[in-house]
Ligand binder design. Structure first.
Ligand code: C5P
Length: 219
């Protein structure tokens, strides 16, 4: 209770995109900025939690009062998260690439005159949230995100179950919303106790509200 309801609690937060190499100079990425994940790490720290932030490649600064580890790929992110266990809280905000390039090249792939481009073979990445949600050292409170462009609620509910999360924070990231890369967010909180729709808020406000919600639900 009081000002620091998360004092003595350890939290792991993932944030940002991952970069999956094609060769030493090229990669596959996504439009995640890390703004929401970084804001959540800072908000949990403000409530007294000891926070480890595992960040993919972003241009924004490390939040103050938080221990930040920088990684590039989904594989590296998984290992950094597993190395940070045990924890009381996990908030998996990162937009982890679902796939990586199978057998990425050690050398820059060269254009071959007159030849068609080499096809990219993809292989599935580990699901970090799902791994944590079903881990023997599962944190007491696990939060996942669901960035969707359609069927937001339905996809969010399915994820709650499949990933072993206590809360799914679902949002519509269709380009017209400006959410991906922007400073505002409009989320739905999906849990076993139902659905709560939050209004359009700044990402910092969503982070503070979520940190308080986590503190409340942790009891
Ligand atoms: O299945 P989907 O990618 O939509 O799930 C999103 C949630 O799962 C987010 O919380 C994201 O951080 C997490 N996730 C993950 N590892 C993956 C894919 C998603 O941790 N490989």
């Amino acid at each position: 209770p009081g000002e620091k309801p998360l004092a003595g609690k350890k939290a792991i937060v993932t944030s940002g995109p991952t970069h999956e190499p094609i060769d030493p100079v090229r990669y596959i990425a996504n439009r995640s900025s890390g703004k929401q994940g970084h804001a959540i790490a800072a908000a949990l720290a403000k409530l007294g939690a000891e926070v480890t932030l595992i960040s993919g490649p972003v241009v924004i600064a490390d939040p103050i009062g938080v221990t930040t580890t920088h990684v590039e790929t989904a594989d590296q992110m998984l290992h950094a998260v597993l190395n940070s266990l045990p924890a009381d809280i996990a908030v998996m905000v990162a937009a982890v690439a679902d796939w990586r390039v199978a057998g990425s090249s050690d050398q820059k792939i060269k254009k071959q005159p007159g030849e068609p481009p080499a096809p990219l073979q993809l292989t599935e990445n580990p699901d970090i949230l799902k791994t944590i949600g079903h881990h023997a050292l599962r944190p007491r409170f696990v939060v996942g995100f669901a960035a969707e462009t359609q069927n937001v609620e339905q996809n969010g509910r399915r994820k709650l179950e499949a990933k072993g999360a206590d809360i799914i924070v679902a949002n519509d990231v269709s380009p017209a919303t400006g959410i991906m890369g922007g400073d505002r967010n409009r989320v739905k909180i999906i849990s076993s106790s139902g659905l709560e729709e939050w209004p359009d808020l700044g990402k910092d406000e969503v982070a503070e509200k979520l940190a308080h919600e986590i503190a409340r639900r942790l009891g």
